[in-house]
Design a protein around this ligand. Structure first.
Ligand code: FMN
Length: 252
């Protein structure tokens, strides 16, 4: 069981060659893009690429949360690329407190789905939901885990963050680490998009952190924060509406 779970210690396993080959597929005008090389090493920089700012804005704005996937497997090399790009997110003190658990086998997905269902059922029963609604929700949540070709659990590890004697700074430090992990989560979704794959962020692992840790035999310090379902999109939904910028930003 533990062997079936691929725990990737990214500092050891990242491939530093980042494929950009599918980026051109999702830009408005791929003809604008001259692919100078097929890989982007850590030494190279964006000046070697000829994407325009508009291309990149367009790329960022065309990411969608994808919830339905084709059954096709995702090659390991693509998953490695996605994770490697996620690790280029900024992090507080560059401590990189993100950890990843990549789940591709049906056995592990089912084991996890069953374990999480127990917590979910208990919470919904406490909420007073009727049994048939509880069962319907549990069925849906199990299907989401078992039907995605890849499930990536994103964890927070506080062990290399600073510690403080007072609670206020301790909480601030924890917040910084959580923000850093969230940045890696977004970067993971964007890398997924760059590969022509789809992904969605699922936050409900926060309701079952301990259960997940036990089910996957994770180290004590790995705190589940989010799950990402990844695969080739079956349906690409329309963009969801965004609030007008005028309601969100001030320029005093
Ligand atoms: C922190 C966070 C938690 C989310 N949790 C869920 C979730 O549990 N289930 C889900 O279907 N989508 C979840 N999403 C995806 C959002 O619903 C989605 O990003 C939002 O509706 C905007 O749609 P878009 O991503 O297609 O632009 C989450 C997104 C974030 C950032």
């Amino acid at each position: 069981m533990a062997r079936a779970v691929k725990l990737l210690s990214l500092q050891k396993k990242v491939q530093m060659s980042i494929s950009i080959s599918s980026l051109s597929n999702i830009t408005a005008d791929p003809g604008n893009i001259e692919r100078v090389n097929d890989g982007l090493s850590t030494e190279s920089n964006l000046s070697t690429l000829t994407f325009t700012a508009t291309d990149l804005h367009n790329f960022l704005r065309t990411r969608r949360s994808i919830r339905r996937f084709k059954p096709d497997p995702v090659p390991d090399s693509v998953i490695q690329n996605i994770l490697a790009t996620a690790t280029f997110a900024p992090s507080a003190h560059n401590r990189q407190p993100w950890r990843f658990v990549v789940i591709t086998t049906q056995e592990v997905k089912e084991h996890l789905a069953e374990a999480m269902a127990i917590d979910f059922e208990r919470d919904l029963a406490r909420d007073g939901l009727p049994p048939e609604k509880i069962q319907a929700q549990i069925k849906r949540s199990k299907e989401r885990i078992t039907s995605a070709p890849v499930a990536i659990l994103l964890c927070l590890d506080m062990s290399e963050m600073d510690s403080y004697p007072d609670e206020k700074r301790g909480q601030a430090e924890r917040m910084m680490a959580i923000q850093s992990v969230a940045a890696a989560g977004l970067q993971l979704l964007l890398a997924t998009h760059a590969e022509g794959l789809g992904g969605v962020w699922a936050c409900w692992v926060l309701f079952a952190q301990e259960t997940i840790r036990k089910a996957l035999n994770l180290s004590e310090s790995w705190e589940p924060q989010a799950m990402f379902f990844v695969g080739y999109p079956e349906i690409i939904p329309e963009a969801r509406e965004r609030k007008p910028l005028d309601d969100l930003a001030i320029f005093p």
